[in-house]
Design a protein around this ligand. Structure first.
Ligand code: BTN
Length: 331
């Protein structure tokens, strides 16, 4: 879907939300967005296909049946006042895109400011760590990437990425404290040992200075099932709790939580150590856990916490090893 159509769909929803108690004529909608009544009808049909419940037709006018749970800038910006994500002009929403991380990396390379947010209802080529895909079905998950421009050396970016995991964990706790979320180093979030969130952090840096970072967060929210290849390893907040979650509420809480972690990290010299400590405290497998590390060469051992840069330490028969990347499996 092209950005112009995206913007027009957003405007129709905003106009219908602003006038939620009345029927809005097709002519009024057409005038407001500068198009024809037949184009408004086509856009309304498109919104219905996306799951937005709109009553009416061109002759009678249109009315929203329910405020849709879409991640539109208008739905988010006012709740984000006081954070680096508050500017509705730099919150970008897409109904369908290849990958919000790719879009954000491209925008960052063109100078998009810190705090820019990229959200999609659906990704056609969602990317995970290590060349994996991220299953991104329409309007059931949060697919979110943010641009940050911290004055940090590249070696500190892992800690920022760990902080993003803590931010997601705090978000879920804030919205529903019955859910217990576990952190798996470096960037997986699990419920009942199944993954419901992954984080892909990408950066452009000089040797000593970060130019920009994109933190991409995928959260499985309202999925009721997964394709066969994922069903044993993936879960969603909906599956874990049996109830539907508001993606708008979660997304606002997520961006606020991310803002808190990020500001602390760039402003408070003690935050780096504090993040490492909290990650250890909130992860069941960072210390004293038997693991297999699937890196270039596989090895097994017992986890011994994080080093000062955030890398996982594993005690093997041959001695202490530092895990720089790869997959950690509890055994
Ligand atoms: C992983 O666990 O492998 C990381 C998954 C990251 C997925 C998110 S969804 C939003 C953003 N856009 C992408 O293409 N990927 C990240």
């Amino acid at each position: 879907m092209n950005p112009r159509t995206d913007a027009r769909l957003g405007k129709i929803i905003r106009l219908l939300t602003d006038n939620a108690t009345v029927v809005v004529s097709g002519t009024k909608l057409a005038d407001e967005i500068g198009t024809t009544r037949s184009e408004v009808w086509r856009l309304v049909q498109q919104l219905r296909e996306l799951g937005v419940e709109i009553a009416g037709h061109p002759a009678t006018g249109y009315q929203l049946n329910a405020i849709p749970d879409l991640l539109l800038p208008e739905m988010l910006a006012t709740s984000l006042q006081g954070t680096i994500f508050a500017n509705s002009k730099t919150i970008h929403h897409f109904y369908k895109i290849s990958s919000t991380n790719s879009e954000a990396m491209e925008a960052a390379s063109q100078g998009a400011p810190e705090g820019s947010v990229f959200l999609a209802e659906q990704q056609t080529a969602g990317r995970g760590r290590g060349a994996h895909n991220w299953h991104s079905a329409q309007s059931v998950g949060i697919y979110c990437s943010v641009i940050l421009r911290p004055l940090l050396p590249p070696a500190h970016v892992l800690v920022l990425s760990l902080a993003a995991g803590l931010a997601v964990q705090a978000t879920v706790r804030e919205v529903d404290d019955r859910v217990t979320v576990d952190l798996k180093w470096p960037n997986d979030l699990l419920i009942n040992s199944k993954k419901f969130c992954g984080i892909l952090t990408e950066m452009n840096a000089e040797v000593t200075r970060v130019r920009y970072i994109v933190v991409g967060i995928g959260i499985n929210v309202n999925q009721r099932s997964f394709p066969p290849e994922l069903k044993d390893s993936a879960t969603s907040l909906r599956i874990a709790t049996g109830t539907e979650w508001s993606r708008v509420e979660l997304c606002v809480a997520l961006l606020k939580s991310l803002d808190r972690e990020y500001r602390a990290l760039v402003e408070d010299p003690k935050a780096h150590q504090d993040i490492l400590q909290r990650f250890e405290n909130n992860s069941s497998c960072v210390r004293g856990c038997a693991v297999r590390i699937e890196e270039n060469a596989e090895f097994e051992g017992i986890t011994e916490g994080l080093d000062s840069r955030g890398f996982l330490q594993v005690r093997t028969k041959e001695g202490l090893r530092t895990v720089l990347s790869g997959t950690v499996r509890a055994i």
